[in-house]
Write a protein that binds this ligand. Structure first.
Ligand code: GLN
Length: 310
């Protein structure tokens, strides 16, 4: 049993690592993200008994970005089953940046290596059930409402438009995947679903609660209802370990040792079975696209409280 932190302790840890924000840069390839303040920091721990400890700018909202890849994967697996999903996207980590295109040409038949890189996540977005973009995005939002019990969670349309208008690389990945029969739907529609899922706005409390549901083997913390089947929650957490921090997943496993997923907005979600979920927000990123403050806070917490799963 790991001791619970109180608010003052979490505030102190966050304060301790806040200066690391100077070592990173806010993402600017999605224009709307470039406006964020690198010193706006927040953290939250959601314990399995429902206690939540928060620190920093806790009301600050940020978009999920790549953290949404875990949730779209969970929903696509619920919708289609493992065989369908893993016929179209692989299970192996890459040592490449998240938006890399070049491995797609190295495999025949072409198949993105895993669902945590953009190519794989775009293929996964194509698998979400629904007759329209609105229905698919709506189903993802409902899924998030169920996981967080926060029914106010919405898409930040400004960020979604900003990404959609500038997503030339993701369009290229999608056209490539379409050519090779990996995606069934229309390229622009799938890109809309993807850019909307990436632009879902959350705060650290909601994000840490999602981590806690994964830590609770997919069950709602209050009712115990199975929101994500246990074996699918396990698949998602395994991808978080092997690929969740992009091409820094190996060093993260050594330094922190938690299933985690980051996004270029600066959010990080971690999940520890039997403990709960941890979320950190700090928009300054390192050169791999991970939050510098997020990485550092998770590292100090993991070391101090012995959180590594290894
Ligand atoms: N929406 C972003 C993109 O596709 C997500 C990337 C990320 O968070 N690493 O570029």
């Amino acid at each position: 049993m790991i001791d619970k932190l109180d608010k003052e302790t979490l505030e102190a840890w966050l304060d301790n690592v806040s200066s690391y924000a100077e070592d990173g840069r806010v993402a600017d390839y999605i224009p709307a993200l470039s406006k964020r303040d690198p010193n706006e920091l927040a953290a939250s721990i959601y314990y399995l008994d429902g206690d939540c400890v928060k620190a920093g700018k806790v009301d600050c909202c940020f978009t999920l970005q790549s953290i949404s890849k875990v949730l779209s994967l969970a929903l696509a697996l619920i919708d289609n089953g493992e065989d369908y999903v893993f016929d179209r996207v692989g299970m192996e980590p890459t040592g490449d940046p998240f938006h890399s295109i070049y491995r797609l040409e190295q495999h025949r038949p072409s198949k993105p290596l895993n669902p945590m890189i953009n190519a794989g996540a775009l293929a996964v977005s194509d698998m979400i059930r629904g007759g329209s973009i609105e229905e698919k995005v709506g189903r993802l939002l409902s899924f998030l409402h169920e996981l967080t019990d926060d029914h106010t969670i919405q898409v930040n349309e400004g960020v979604a438009d900003s990404e959609y208008e500038t997503a030339f690389l993701n369009r290229s990945l999608l056209y490539y995947l379409k050519q090779h029969g990996v995606i069934a739907g229309d390229v622009e529609e799938t890109l809309k679903v993807y850019t909307h899922q990436c632009s879902i706005d959350v705060n650290v409390q909601s994000l840490s609660k999602i981590g806690a549901v994964f830590a609770n083997e997919g069950r709602d913390l209050n009712s115990g209802r199975q929101i994500i089947p246990k074996h699918l929650a396990r698949i998602c957490k395994t991808f978080m370990v092997t690929c969740g921090m992009y091409d820094a997943s190996g060093s993260f496993a050594i330094k922190v040792g938690l299933p985690a997923k980051s996004g270029v907005s600066g959010g990080v979600m971690a999940s520890l079975n039997g403990f709960g979920g941890i979320a950190v927000y700090g928009p300054a990123l390192d050169d791999k696209g991970n939050s510098v403050v997020g990485l550092k806070l998770l590292e100090v917490l993991s070391n101090r409280y012995d959180l590594s799963i290894f």
